[in-house]
Ligand binder design. Structure first.
Ligand code: TYM
Length: 339
């Protein structure tokens, strides 16, 4: 079957770009909000993915741990199903065009725009002792990541929507000031997994930086951890497995279960009618354990093979440099740099 995005001479494949920070644990929120879409979109789009390690140093990192996190995240994302026969998957700091275009875009981004970013406001509160310029200018680096590849679509969770809108504004501004240079990217946000919430406070986003490890599920959690964290997940006192206003904890577990099993909310309600939260939590845990088992097995093999990983990320960095270099050159020429 061919889809509208299948490449033909008159219908080149649309381009997808997305990235994730290798800042330690990769959570179920990252997976359901973004990674699952990355994997499925690979068949129909030209996909380019990155580990956004330049973004990660906006928060102070321990050097050996940072190095290990990057390599493990690379192995884990391959294990989730990034297919290098179809996609490019590189480490951002290996491709110098990102930092270069980010600087240029800083000069086309207003201080007021960056001040309005909710992630900057949140992170400034959490890291009050290190509100560095990188944290502030983070969205223009993110815009550079996307615009360098002329991306049509950017699969992300809902928390990145504001950054993406800014990337679109920066691109339009540049195109308007010179001539069409950048493709204006559209967000690609999943219906059900866009915002997976904390298991301990379902009004808060599930985040790897949560102080309470029971609040998030990691893709590498053991079956015991998964069962325990789900048992402790905060729910309400109503007791019926139904998606409804005010049942934020159960709604969140239903979203997770729906993303993993493909069952609709109505089907879940029918499957669990007359059963309690204990049964439902056990079913969510079992589905997750089975879903993550092959990913974890592949990860434990791949992460040992440093030479293979290096061959993958080196080749992908070359490909990414080639593609992004063309855009950077175009941009610099338009601005008037002597090339
Ligand atoms: P990061 O590393 O925080 O998250 C990676 C992806 O996971 C999504 N996500 C979630 N989705 C649903 N529920 C959650 N609880 C949840 N938590 C995280 C995020 O929306 C994201 O899609 N700035 C980006 C990385 C980045 C990027 C880019 C993304 C750098 N350059 C260019 C797209 C395009 C970030 O910090 O994501």
């Amino acid at each position: 079957m061919t889809s509208s995005n299948t490449q033909t001479p008159d219908n080149p494949k649309k381009i997808i770009f997305s990235a994730i920070q290798p800042s330690g644990t990769i959570t179920l929120g990252n997976y359901l909000g973004a990674l699952q879409n990355w994997i499925t979109l690979q068949d129909d789009y030209r996909c380019i993915f990155a580990l956004a390690d330049l973004h990660t140093i906006t928060v102070r990192q321990d050097p050996p741990k940072f190095r290990r996190n990057v390599l493990e995240a690379y192995a884990l994302l391959l294990s989730c199903g990034i297919d290098l026969e179809k996609s490019i998957f590189f480490i951002q700091s290996h491709v110098h065009t990102h930092a270069e275009l980010a600087w240029i875009l800083n000069c086309y981004t207003q201080f007021g725009e960056l001040s309005r970013m909710t992630q900057f406001k949140d992170k400034s509160l959490r890291h009050a002792d290190n509100i560095n310029v990188g944290l502030f200018a983070y969205p223009s680096l993110m815009a550079a990541d996307i615009l360098l590849y002329q991306a049509d679509l950017v699969p992300v969770g809902a928390d990145q929507k504001q950054h993406l809108e800014l990337a679109r504004d920066i691109a339009s501004r540049f195109n308007g000031a010179y001539s069409p240079t950048f493709t204006i990217p559209d967000p690609y946000i999943p219906k059900t997994g866009a915002r997976i919430m904390s298991l301990q406070d379902p009004l808060k986003k599930m985040s790897k930086s949560d102080d309470n490890a029971n609040a998030y599920l990691s893709l590498l959690d053991s079956p015991d951890d998964i069962v325990r964290k789900l048992k402790r997940a905060v729910t309400d006192s109503d007791g019926s497995v139904a998606y409804a206003d005010g049942k934020d904890g159960i709604n969140n577990l239903m979203r997770i279960y729906s993303c993993i099993t493909g069952r609709s909310f109505e089907q879940i309600e029918t499957d669990f009618s007359g059963k309690g939260y204990g049964d439902f939590k056990a079913a969510v845990a079992e589905a997750l354990i089975e879903h993550l088992r092959p990913i974890q097995e592949r990860f434990h093999m791949l992460v040992q093979d440093k030479a293979y990983l290096e061959s993958c990320y080196s080749k992908c960095a070359q490909d990414a440099l080639h593609l992004s270099g063309r855009t950077l050159k175009k941009v610099m020429k338009k601005i008037g740099f002597v090339l």
